[in-house]
Design a protein around this ligand. Structure first.
Ligand code: AMP
Length: 469
């Protein structure tokens, strides 16, 4: 078993070989916390959650680090509009980000690291860059001199001439137009920290490399984020870290997620075409959302349509219904019938194909199709066979739960099936008869329900029902 990953740097699928055997170090760019997170963020963070789950499932000892950008132009601007302290505003939205992460059942991240709490590491990196001649100080800040780093542009595959056309942070004091800032000198009303070059605050890119170096070292295995981060953010990170360490590459595998789009445009705060995660989760079940996202490969864009989430919900219900029908049909142990032996082979085949799909650059849509094919097979079997061997039933249900768990679906213990309204009313009527000790009516209703395929059980916690097999 070899995992293959698409590396945005080489633009090829490569065999996944971590730097130190089974130990994998992964950094994923976290949010800039100036507003509520939306479904576009969910798309990216769920994708990396699934990737992390798969790597651990395959036996890798994964350490997953995410930074929190809590110092940034956008935060300062929003804080000014709201007349609030920028760091307080950042904490508020960070809190709601953590709630979103929990509600999305993302549980693979080991450490979150805030930029504001890594100022010594950030300053230390800038000092080393100045010492080595890669950075220079001006009136407005400290800048990285991209002309000193010959590989600048290698990740985004842009040549130096092309790069000159990007106007990053226009400032007459810069040596080259495309130089980016490592430190911004203090401006009135902005948060600031002391540094050897004067009071100010860090640039965005250096926050991430300082954090990554502290927890992961100068070279690590995976760096991820949305596709918009390739340039200039990730390009700048490479320039900073490789200039400091002299070691290449900083990262073995660069992974980037495709956008969640609305009518062809990226879902984004600035475009006002977003649905917050909180609002989405009021409308949709988290497992339906996770199924919706994973039905597209992580690198491909997704077009957002409510209809597609509804379809995911229906598909998920069908999978649960298959699991319920397996539960309802368990018979005691014994020899397997020929059909059951064929089913056992089908389960093994599905597990193998699911693994192959995930090993091939985390192909979740293909992996999911294996679960749906297995469910279809089971449903067809139940057309002719009314019960199923206990060992095989357990194997089947465990397979659905185990593989579904990679995507983050089929994790609910027992799914309550809804009874049709008329049957529910009959049960209530029987309850009322029992309360007035009208045993005859209660018995008649029990019999009637039985004829309709529903068995009642009177327990100390009240009446329970199950479908007759
Ligand atoms: P931000 O808070 O804007 O820095 O974004 C945090 C992460 O979410 C980055 O990796 C972005 O690329 C990603 N992201 C933002 N919007 C979308 C979107 N519409 N689709 C997919 N990923 C997104």
């Amino acid at each position: 078993m070899t995992i293959r990953v698409y590396n945005s740097h080489t633009r090829k699928k490569e065999d996944f070989k971590p730097i130190s055997d089974k130990k994998v170090r992964m950094f994923v760019c976290g949010p800039t916390v100036y507003d509520l997170s939306h479904l576009g963020h969910a798309r990216t963070y769920i994708a990396y959650d699934v990737i992390a789950r798969w790597l651990r499932y395959r036996g890798f000892n994964l350490f997953y680090l995410m930074n929190i950008t809590d110092i940034d132009d956008k935060i300062i601007k929003r804080a000014r509009e709201k007349n609030e302290d920028p760091l307080k505003l950042a904490r508020r939205f960070e809190e709601s980000f953590f709630q979103d992460i929990a509600s999305l059942q993302i549980d693979t991240i080991d450490v979150y690291a805030r930029a504001s709490e890594h100022m010594p590491e950030i300053i230390d990196q800038i000092e080393r860059l100045i010492e080595k001649g890669f950075a220079y100080i001006t009136q407005t800040g400290v800048y990285f001199d991209v002309s000193k780093f010959e590989d600048y542009g290698k990740l985004s595959h842009q040549d130096p001439e092309e790069l000159k056309r990007h106007r990053i942070e226009p400032d007459p004091s810069k040596r080259n137009k495309q130089d980016f800032s490592l430190w911004k000198m203090r401006k009135e009303g902005e948060p600031y920290w002391n540094s050897p070059w004067g009071e100010g605050r860090p640039g965005w890119h250096i926050e991430d490399t300082a954090i990554a170096e502290k927890y992961l070292g100068q070279q690590y295995d995976i760096h991820g984020g949305g596709i918009d981060l390739i340039f200039p953010h990730h390009e700048a990170e490479i320039a900073q870290m490789e200039s400091i360490s002299g070691k290449k590459p900083m990262v073995r595998y660069w992974l980037h997620t495709g956008f969640l789009k609305v009518e062809g445009k990226k879902m984004a705060k600035s475009l006002g075409n977003f649905i917050t995660i909180q609002d989405a989760l009021k409308r949709y079940d988290v497992e339906a959302l996770r199924l919706f996202f994973s039905s597209t490969h992580y690198r491909s864009p997704i077009d957002f349509h409510e209809k597609k989430i509804e379809q995911a919900k229906t598909a998920l219900e069908a999978l649960y219904e298959t699991i319920n029908s397996i539960r309802r049909s368990v018979k005691s142990m014994g020899d397997l019938t020929e059909d059951e032996k064929a089913l056992e082979r089908m389960i093994e085949e599905s597990r193998r194909r699911f693994g192959e799909a995930m090993d091939n650059d985390f192909n979740t849509p293909l992996a999911l199709s294996c679960l749906f094919d297995l469910a279809k097979y089971v449903n067809r079997l139940f057309d002719t066979q009314k019960s199923i061997n206990k060992r095989l039933a357990d194997y089947l249900i465990n397979t659905f739960r185990e593989l579904g768990g990679i995507i983050g679906i089929l994790q609910k213990e027992e799914v309550k099936e809804e009874l049709p309204e008329e049957l529910r009313l009959l049960i209530e009527e029987r309850e009322r008869a029992r309360e007035r000790k009208d045993w005859k009516t209660a018995d008649e209703i029990r019999k009637k329900l039985e004829e309709l395929g529903i068995i009642l059980e009177d327990t100390s916690q009240g009446v329970k029902w199950k479908k007759k097999i």
